[in-house]
Design a protein around this ligand. Structure first.
Ligand SMILES: [Zn+2]
Length: 505
């Protein structure tokens, strides 16, 4: 028999969800890359001077003058490709680069009145440079002062993570009262899951920190055992742990561990886990080029406002708090992370960022595995929330993946919540039924309306509700994250009989 219990609510976390922190959506990233390619640095105005100075130094000095760096990350080649067509979008750019690389072909660039031929190796180096700049741009944008994010802007996300965590503790108590067996999913699996299509680890980092806080001071269940909460990435991912100078492998908690810890015969503590997936990859993670394992490095600090979770930068001042820990890392620096399995050094270009491109190349096995897990989560969900995630309008592959994921579900039972932002509708509350259609009709050429229209193709209209107040405002009330709003967002009574805590039959 197949597993009966899955997270009831699946949150699809997209660019719109972290926009308020200064992070950019794909479209804006492309605009910035075009600007950089034209030598236009006007976007640095208003930023912290040290950061702005370091960012410019990275682009105009390190990536150009450092002979080793500029060969690995070929900015000149990237500029030539981008400047041949200033209307190219990010999906097209990745598809173009992937196609050339797959076929081992070079690129003929006509720029500044002359033709320049880039050999295949340079096209590869241009792609590496593109990924590097995306990561550097996002890490740069989220820093308020060197090394830290803005406390005030981050606060709603931290509070949101706190409410989610407290709900999962309450859920444990309710499930215990109903005698759900602790070593089964019915008890230990969170009733929500997050699938982040963003590369930024903001939501993960906040949840990690709140889980850690609660785990250090845990509540006790009826028989006196402590309850602790962890995150499950949907695949094995590990980091280096330093103990007395001896490095070892540290694994992130997963389901088999959950089952054995919660074993009734060996009571020690009780754990619950929530699924949080990054199917498009995440900044700061690497796939080892030698052994193929997926690794992450948290560095040393657990400061929730520190940007360390974004991984090391190739330029120290752009990630001030990062400390290289192993001997090899100290030797190579420049974004190096040592693989705890085989000792190979990984670099920022070993980060596997996926952007939907039409290239037929298969992803790294680990990302394929995540895609399968994502399909299962969608298929078994009872409620899907599009949190600032827009199905890329021009990307037929994503849309069809969604359609096939939920094709076996009874669509009349599957509910859908869409969170987006439209200034004119920010105080309109929930839109339903014909109000949604009216909104779409009225708001032509508006990206929120296009996104909603696209999702309406997949779900029956009567099962959709829309809120346009944006994230984080949708769960805030008088400047604070509202518990009742979060409950209504994730477990609305109209969708779940009895609301929260939900019943698992
Ligand atoms: Zn390795």
């Amino acid at each position: 028999m197949s597993e009966k219990y899955w997270p009831e609510t699946v949150i699809l976390w997209g660019a719109g969800a972290t926009k308020s922190l200064g992070l950019h959506a794909t479209k804006e990233l492309m605009q910035l890359i075009s600007k950089i390619s034209r030598g236009d640095f006007s976007f640095l105005k208003g930023k912290n001077e040290k950061l702005a100075g370091a960012f410019k130094k990275l682009i105009v000095e390190d990536l150009i003058e450092d002979s080793k760096i500029s060969e690995i990350y070929d900015l000149r080649a990237l500029e030539a490709i981008v400047n041949t067509n200033n209307k190219i979008n990010m999906h097209e750019l990745f598809t173009l680069l992937d196609q050339l690389i797959d076929n081992n072909m070079g690129f003929n660039a006509f720029v500044n009145g002359r033709t320049q031929f880039l050999r295949a190796e340079r096209v590869k180096a241009a792609r590496r440079c593109l990924i590097l700049i995306i990561e550097e741009l996002e890490r740069f944008s989220i820093q308020n002062v060197p090394g830290y994010t803005d406390r005030e802007k981050m606060e709603p996300y931290y509070e949101f993570a706190k409410v989610l965590t407290d709900l999962m503790i309450e859920e444990a108590q309710a499930f215990e009262n109903r005698n759900y067996k602790r070593n089964t999913r019915r008890f230990y699996l969170f009733s929500y899951a997050i699938i982040s299509f963003n590369w930024d680890p903001v939501i993960l980092w906040n949840l990690f920190n709140v889980h850690k806080e609660r785990n250090q001071n845990p509540i006790k269940l009826k028989d006196g055992l402590k309850l602790q909460l962890y995150d499950d990435f949907g695949t094995q991912i590990s980091s280096t742990q330093l103990d007395d100078g001896e490095s070892g492998i540290c694994y992130v908690t997963d389901e088999p561990q959950c089952k054995s810890i919660n074993d009734y015969n060996y009571p020690s503590r009780i754990i619950r886990i929530g699924k949080i997936l990054f199917p498009h990859g995440m900044f700061g993670t690497r796939i080892c080029p030698e052994c193929g394992k997926s690794i992450i490095s948290f560095a040393e600090k657990w400061d929730r406002l520190s940007t360390e979770i974004f991984g090391p930068s190739i330029l120290k001042p752009l990630q001030k708090n990062w400390k290289y820990t192993t001997e090899k890392e100290k030797l190579y620096e420049r974004g190096a992370i040592e693989c705890p399995y085989c000792g190979q050094i990984t670099y920022p270009y070993d980060m596997n960022l996926i952007i939907q491109s039409l290239s037929k190349k298969r992803n790294a096995p680990i990302l394929e595995e995540l895609k399968t897990e994502m399909g299962l989560l969608m298929k078994n969900a009872k409620h899907i929330i599009f949190a600032g995630y827009s199905l890329p309008i021009d990307d037929i592959m994503v849309k069809t993946f969604f359609m096939s994921s939920i094709s076996g579900s009874d669509k009349h039972k599957l509910k859908c919540t869409i969170l987006n932002y439209d200034k004119e509708y920010e105080n309109s509350g929930w839109l339903k039924g014909k109000n949604i259609l009216e909104y779409i009709k009225k708001s032509r050429n508006n990206s929120a309306a296009e996104c909603i229209d696209n999702i309406c193709d997949i779900f029956p209209l009567e099962n959709i509700r829309v809120n346009l107040s944006g994230i984080p405002d949708v769960f805030m009330e008088k400047g604070k994250c509202s518990r009742s709003k979060v409950i209504d967002l994730l477990y609305p009574e109209e969708y779940f009989n009895g609301g929260f805590p939900i019943r698992r039959g």
